[in-house]
Ligand binder design. Sequence first.
Ligand code: BTN
Length: 276
Amino acid sequence: MDQDFVGFDRQVFEQCLQNCRLGRPLHTFEQLDSTNSTLWQLIEQGASIGTTVIAAQQAAGRGQWGRQWHSLPGGLYLSVALITPEDSVLKNQAILAEQASLLTLSSAWGLATLLQAWGIPVTLKWPNDLLVAGRKLGGILTETRLHRGQISAAIVGIGLNWRNPVPETGINLQTILAGLPHCPLDSLERLAAIALQGIGQGYKHWQTVGTEGLITYYLPLLQNLGEHVSVQGQKGRVIGVTATGDLRVILEGEAQVEGSPEIHCGPGSIQLRTSL
Ligand code: BTN
């Protein structure tokens, strides 16, 4: 671990955070291997729900499917504890192992909804990508620990392109904001607070409206709805998301299996396009 992230103004962050339950206590670092890894270490030492880790850059940022998440200075690299072993026991709060993807979906929905309220036209690429104009603005990596078929600990890691350089398929918020008439999203501290509020609101929303309700809210933001896809050599079309967060694909044409034209694809089992 390195020293504190000196460019990050904790006072501004606190003001932006308002009454959000997440974001406290906050640990910031100039450089880490991965904010997710550091947060797991803190949880092993007894960290509570809401504990947050932010780094100015990561040497070994983790992405989905074991990919590396390039984490140059200027981006937001944040991880927050949503479920800890102690809180699961105390509140008898049971989220089943097979519902783990819904933590990603609820976070993606919450974050996209909040960014839209700030004037950023975010859509979602299933299951975890935030897009603007078909280009990747950020991604979410949820990691869990399981105990007897239930989630005993869960953290949500978010990488958002703030002012860091991005590849051609990506976009950062500075580019987006330059094209907007006026947007008060003015600092990395505010973006961090928005990310935490979005994750918190998404999780609370799921707990309030249930899984069916969450999916009903998630689908209108899903850019892939209606998209034509290829699954193991068969042609299909995306029609929704299941109660465990898998993608619902209806098989089309000759490949249609009689009586069961719908198949469900788990994360990693199907490659979707980034842009339409
Ligand atoms: C994706 O592949 O789209 C998900 C990327 C998630 C990256 C974030 S950056 C903060 C946190 N720490 C990590 O090592 N990964 C996540």
